[in-house]
Design a protein around this ligand. Sequence first.
Ligand SMILES: Cn1nc(-c2ccccc2)cc1C(=O)N[C@H](Cc1nc2ccccc2[nH]1)C(=O)O
Length: 182
Amino acid sequence: YHYCLLTTSLVQSGWEVRLSNSRGVPYFYNPETRESMWEAPPGLSQEEIANLPGAKQYLPGAHHGANGERPAQVRASHLLVKHRGSRRPSSWKEPNITRSKEEAIAMLKEYASQINGSPEKFAELASKYSDCSSHSHGGDLGFFKPGQMQKPFEDATYALKVGEISDVVETDSGVHLILRTA
Ligand SMILES: Cn1nc(-c2ccccc2)cc1C(=O)N[C@H](Cc1nc2ccccc2[nH]1)C(=O)O
């Protein structure tokens, strides 16, 4: 009976948890009503919130280890496309980068569809197209700890399972695809 109540309220609520690309933090979105909010919608119990689609992947505590903290270190590769608003609009590939952020995002989405979830393809395209000097290592950044990378990049990496590739993630450096490798 209770299970039935829980499922009906979830069905009625229609809420889901997503990751804000620009801020690298979770938010609540209801595709039926098109409402979105940074905090959990009122009226949902903690248990209902924890069972929303996307909650396990994106809500804090979801990716914290048993002791409630983030794993000491993670490893990731990335494909960075810089734009004219990037902190350093220059790279090995292009000394003076003038493309718009929108154009950079469109390029990244095209790469994402070519990569289509393949780690091998990710490394190949990162080597060719990433505006980060890590391109020479297939985009591999090595291991890093909390506090070492720009926050949206760190949060997006920790929200990924090992082997998963992110959506478009924005930092001051530009726009990224991230593959978590450890
Ligand atoms: C953080 N990092 N590691 C490398 C690296 C790692 C392994 C081998 C060679 C270079 C390059 C960088 C770096 O900051 N590169 C910047 C671009 C950039 N900005 C980033 C922000 C977050 C994560 C990675 C990022 N890479 C640049 O080349 O302009």
